[in-house]
Design a protein around this ligand. Sequence first.
Ligand SMILES: Nc1ncnc2c1ncn2[C@@H]1O[C@H](COP(=O)(O)OP(=O)(O)O)[C@@H](O)[C@H]1O
Ligand SMILES: [Mg+2]
Length: 263
Amino acid sequence: MSIAFSAAPGNPKRASITAVTSGKGGVGKTFMAANLAAALTRRGERVLVLDADLGLANLDVVLNLHPKITLHDVFTGKAELTEAILPAPGGFSVLLAGSGLVEYSRLTPEVRDQLMEVIQKLAPRFDRILLDTGAGISDVVLYAVSLADDVMVIATPEPTSLTDAYATIKVLASQQQRRVIQLVVNQTSRPGEGRAIRNQLQQVIDRYVSNGTDTPLKLELLGEIATDASVREAVQRRQLLLESIPGCAAAKAVGAIAEKLSP
Ligand SMILES: Nc1ncnc2c1ncn2[C@@H]1O[C@H](COP(=O)(O)OP(=O)(O)O)[C@@H](O)[C@H]1O
Ligand SMILES: [Mg+2]
C-alpha cells in the first residue's frame, strides 16, 4: 500500500509526489525527472526533484551541479535538511544523493525512517516532488516508490525494457495495490509506438496481474518521446534539454507531458 502523507493541520496543501521509476536502467528516468521538473516549473509549480537513487546518484551529473551537501549528510546528521536543498538550473529545487555509497544498497530501518521523514518535511513546502529512483525491484526502489502518490514507469520499446517494465508493474500492483500506473514510452522510433506498447502491456496486465482490489490496474499513457540526438547532446553538455534545445521533438514531448500533469 502506498503511504499517503496527510496534510498537516493549518497547512492544507502539500506536494503531490510522483516516483519516476523503471524496470531496466538507462531508459531515461533522470533525463525525464530533470526536464519534467523544468517544464512544471514553467507552468508555475514549485517543484523539487529528490535523487532517490541513493547509492548511485547521478542527477547532479545531468544538472552539472557539484553538491557539498547531500541527503547522505542529512541522514547522518551532518547537515540540516534546508542546507541540502539546492537550486537547479531550471528554476526548481533538488536534493541530491551520493554515489558509490554501498550502505544504501539495502533498505535498513534507518534508511526507511530517514527517507520517510525527509519527504514528510519537504511535502508542505512544494507543489510537486519528483523522486528519481533507481531501476528495478530492489527493496530500496520499491520503498521509495511506496512513498509516492503516483508512479511513472519509463520504458523503451526494446524487448528487455518491456519485460522489465512489466515485471515492475506487476510487483507494484501486488505489493502497493496500485490502481493506476503512469507510463512514458521513451526512445520511440515511430509515432503511435507508445500507444501500441501501452495497449500491449495493458493486455498482459488484464490477463495476469492482480492488485488485490476490485478495480483493475490501469496503465495510463502519459506520452511518448522519440529517440532524439538532442537528448544525448544536452546530457553531454550537462544542460537541461528544455533550456539548451527547447524546440526539439523530445523537449516538446516532455512539455506535453507536463501539460497533461498540470493542466
Ligand atoms: N529520447 C531520447 N533520445 C535519445 N537518447 C536518449 C533519450 N532518452 C534518454 N537518452 C539517453 O539515455 C541516457 C540515459 O538516460 P538516463 O536518464 O540517465 O537514464 P536512467 O536514469 O533511467 O538510468 C541519456 O544520457 C541519453 O543519452
Ligand atoms: Mg538515473
